[in-house]
Structure formats: structure tokens, C-alpha cells
Design a protein around this ligand. Structure first.
Ligand code: G1P
Length: 287
């Protein structure tokens, strides 16, 4: 199975950084967000990822490639650990880059990968949603897909004030963490939302969703093609299942949430965790 990772956005919420560097390379301590996303795919057994890119994003391809000059330098200076670290990811993952030539929305971004994902089911992972989980979030969805054969989306309960930021589902029967989805609405108001269960940036989809995307009309006001519209069709025709995923989710596309993610990951690290906690304790005392 291949994973589609949409990366074409301008990242305006992270300007000025994103003037020259793709937002997907924002570092969580020393590891880019996109690296964490690719690790999540690898943990689930996905070794081939399709980046949907745009102008100015070629650094993403370089990041997952070998870097002979750097590797030579590190090797000749005896920096074995660093050398292994920079080589590792390039050896593990195959990357394919497909350009999304017009910003026509998430559905269109996914549709751009139609020629490279193959005939079977495919995964979609959104880089703005970081999930810190014991078990790979996309791996949790693959398990549900293997069991049900249906297209699967990741779900999390969200507070009422955040409902308008997500695709929200209406659910039928449920069994443990797996729920039958009856319908999906993109970013409803809290009053009109059918539940507080939000789709959180992880999908394992059958080809029928690609077919549905093909026939979708762009939305009048934005001119975008919504993935949610194809999911709504899937729910009504072939069936759509939700997986209430285990793990803490961070919205890495939001400045404050991104900073929180950096702290959450950093305090667990053996190299910086302890001194960082100490520093924060001191700081908080003086607030
Ligand atoms: C997209 C989807 C939305 C989903 C969200 C998850 O919205 O359209 O259905 O709930 O990702 O992060 P975006 O955040 O790109 O506006």
C-alpha cells in the first residue's frame, strides 16, 4: 500500500519561515514534521509515499534522499551515529513526487496521485495532524480496513468550539473502537453538526473513493474539490467505517498547537527531556 501525503500548501500561518522552507520541514526538536509522518507510515509497513507537492517544495525530496557530500563529511570525521541517522530514512522509504499544479483542495490533491497509487486501497496522511501514539495511527486504520474491507477514516472527539474546523461524521452502529459512518459534513457549525466526532487526517481508502473524486464538481465559493464529498458518497454506496484512534493529536498547522507538539515530544526525549522539564518548572514558578 502507498500513502499519499499532501504537501502543496503555502503554509502562510508559518510565515516568515515558510517564505523559503516548506512548512513540512518545521522541526520537532531536530526532526521535521514530515519525517515523523513518514515514520508513522513505515511503522505500519508502508514503504512507498507519494508527496503531492508544488513549486518550492523540492527540499522534501532531498530530505528523503541520500546526501553523498554530507555523508562523506560525517564519515571522514568519524561521526558514525549522525551518519547512520541521516542515511537511515533514505534507505527505508521510496518517495514519489507529484505536482498539484493548481490549489484546488484536498480532494483534488488526492486525485493527483491516481496514476501512482495502483489498483488497490491507498492511505492518505495529512501532515498538519501529528498523532503521538504507541501504535502507528495509520496502522490502526489499516487493521480496521483489513478486517472490514471498507474505506476507513480516523476519528477523535473534539470540543464543541473546534467542530467547525473538521469533517464531522454521523454514526450508526459501533463495535469497540470501530463505528459505521452514515454521513460526513465538512466543517459544520456546532449547532448543525451531527456529532462531535471529527475526521483527523488519516484515511485508508478503496479505489471507489478515487472514482468518486473524478466526478466531483468544484465547490462554488472556493473552487475546491473536497475529499469529504467523496467520503459522503462512499458512506452512502460502498460503506465507510470510522476508527476511534488511540494517541494524542496535535494540529501542527496551528502555531500554538505546533509549539505544544514540540514540547510534548521534547519532554519524552532522553537527550533534552529532563533539563527541559527543569527549565519549565523554574519558568512557571516565576510567572
Ligand atoms: C481537512 C479535511 C477535514 C478534516 C481535517 C483534519 O481540513 O477537509 O475534513 O477533518 O483536514 O485535519 P483542513 O484542515 O485541511 O481544512
Amino acid at each position: 500500500m502507498k500513502a499519499i501525503i499532501p504537501c502543496a500548501g503555502l503554509g502562510t500561518r508559518f510565515l516568515p519561515f515558510t517564505k523559503a522552507v516548506p512548512k513540512e520541514l518545521l522541526p520537532v526538536v531536530d526532526t521535521p514534521v514530515i519525517h515523523l509522518i513518514v515514520e508513522e507510515a513505515l511503522q505500519a509497513g508502508i514503504q512507498s509515499v507519494v508527496f503531492i507537492t508544488a513549486r518550492g517544495k523540492s527540499a522534501l525530496e532531498d530530505y528523503f534522499d541520500y546526501a553523498p557530500e554530507l555523508e562523506f563529511e560525517l564519515g571522514s570525521k568519524g561521526k558514525k551515529d549522525l551518519l547512520e541517522q541521516v542515511q537511515r530514512i533514505a534507505g527505508l522509504v521510496e518517495t514519489i513526487a507529484v505536482r498539484q499544479k493548481k490549489p484546488l483542495g484536498l480532494g483534488h490533491a488526492v486525485y493527483c496521485a491516481r496514476h501512482v497509487v495502483g489498483e488497490g486501497p491507498f492511505a492518505v496522511i495529512l501532515g498538519d495532524d501529528l498523532v503521538d501514539a504507541k501504535k502507528s495511527a495509520i496502522g490502526q486504520l489499516i487493521e480496521v480496513h483489513n478486517r472490514t474491507g471498507k474505506s476507513v477514516v480516523a476519528l477523535k472527539e473534539v470540543p464543541r468550539e473546534d467542530i467547525h474546523k473538521f469533517g464531522i461524521v454521523s454514526v450508526g452502529s459501533h463495535e469497540g473502537t470501530t463505528v459505521e459512518i452514515e454521513g460526513v459534513v465538512e466543517k459544520p457549525s456546532a449547532e448543525k453538526a451531527p456529532s462531535n466526532l471529527a475526521i483527523v487526517g488519516r484515511y485508508v481508502l478503496n479505489q471507489s473513493v478515487m472514482h468518486a473524486l473524478k466526478d466531483l464538481e468544484p465547490h462554488g465559493s472556493t473552487g475546491e474539490i473536497q475529499l469529504t464529498d467523496a467520503l459522503e458518497i462512499e458512506a452512502r454506496t460502498n460503506g465507510l467505517v470510522g476508527c476511534l484512534i488511540e494517541g494524542e493529536r496535535f494540529d501542527a498547522g496551528n502555531r500554538l498547537e505546533f509549539v505544544k507538539a514540540v514540547f510534548a515530544y521534547a519532554i519524552k526525549r532522553p537527550d533534552v527531556g529532563e533539563p527541559l522539564i527543569e527549565f519549565l518548572r523554574e519558568r512557571l514558578k516565576n510567572l
